[in-house]
Ligand binder design. Structure first.
Ligand SMILES: [Zn+2]
Ligand SMILES: [Zn+2]
Ligand SMILES: [Zn+2]
Length: 229
């Protein structure tokens, strides 16, 4: 359970605002040291509050830049960076805690924002709303070309989901789907191959089919016909 850094009151799941003192808590990057490097080269604004985003360096395996809104604490990741950060932050998970995953959204605050499409901070096109992983309960806003926006608290939630084996569950499901697809493909292929490999010795009317390969008899027969013509 996350606690308010100002008054130590417990924060309800997914909430950044302390119900007691009203402080906004930066739960996502708690425990992660980062440096604000500079304002972004090209001014990018927060899709939630139009505040200018700041570039911060999480220094994971070298330079790891993401963008952050100081006002609403939302985060913007370049494509594939979010997965890289989750993989780096949550390691050594070998088990899927299914009941944990079942309960992960039980006490979660309803969405902080009304459901709406928001604009990509880079190209200003409306982003897609995409479910992130099986049962994470997090819907991220994604621009296919530029990256993923997470509202404050969502990164923390995704880390919890990773710890409970959410990513493993996701992979398991993908593999299962792939296996099922392969099985269907195989069955189709075998069905066709079987049909070709063993043609029925009878034609569609049940009459035995005649052999079509020339054999010795055919050759002699043709020779006799040739010479007796
Ligand atoms: Zn507080
Ligand atoms: Zn903001
Ligand atoms: Zn974009």
């Amino acid at each position: 359970m996350a606690r308010c850094t100002n008054c130590n009151a417990p924060l309800s799941d997914g909430s950044l605002l302390c119900a007691y003192c009203g402080d906004r808590n930066d739960v996502d990057l708690r425990g992660i040291h980062y440096h604000t490097t500079h304002e972004t080269d090209l001014p990018r604004s927060c899709p939630r509050c139009a505040n200018g985003l700041k570039t911060i360096d999480l220094k994971l395996n070298g330079t790891f830049l993401i963008e952050k809104c100081d006002q609403c604490l939302g985060l913007f990741f370049d494509p594939a960076e979010l997965e890289a950060l989750l993989d780096a932050a949550v390691k050594n998970v070998f088990l899927i805690d299914r009941s944990g995953l079942d309960g992960i959204n039980a006490n979660r605050q309803p969405e902080q924002y009304p459901v709406a499409y928001i604009k990509c901070p880079v190209c200003s096109q409306l982003m897609n709303r995409v479910n992130f992983g099986a049962r994470s309960g997090v819907i991220v806003d994604r621009c296919k070309d530029h990256g993923v926006w997470l509202d404050g608290g969502e990164l923390r939630h995704l880390m919890e989901w990773m710890k409970l084996g959410g990513k493993l569950l996701d992979q398991e499901r993908r593999e299962q789907t792939r296996r099922e697809e392969l099985k269907i493909e195989n069955e189709k292929r075998q069905g066709l191959a079987g049909y070709r490999a063993e043609p029925s010795p009878f034609d569609s009317f049940g009459e035995p089919l005649l052999r079509s390969d020339p054999d010795l008899f055919d050759i002699i027969y043709s020779a006799i016909r040739f010479f007796t013509r």
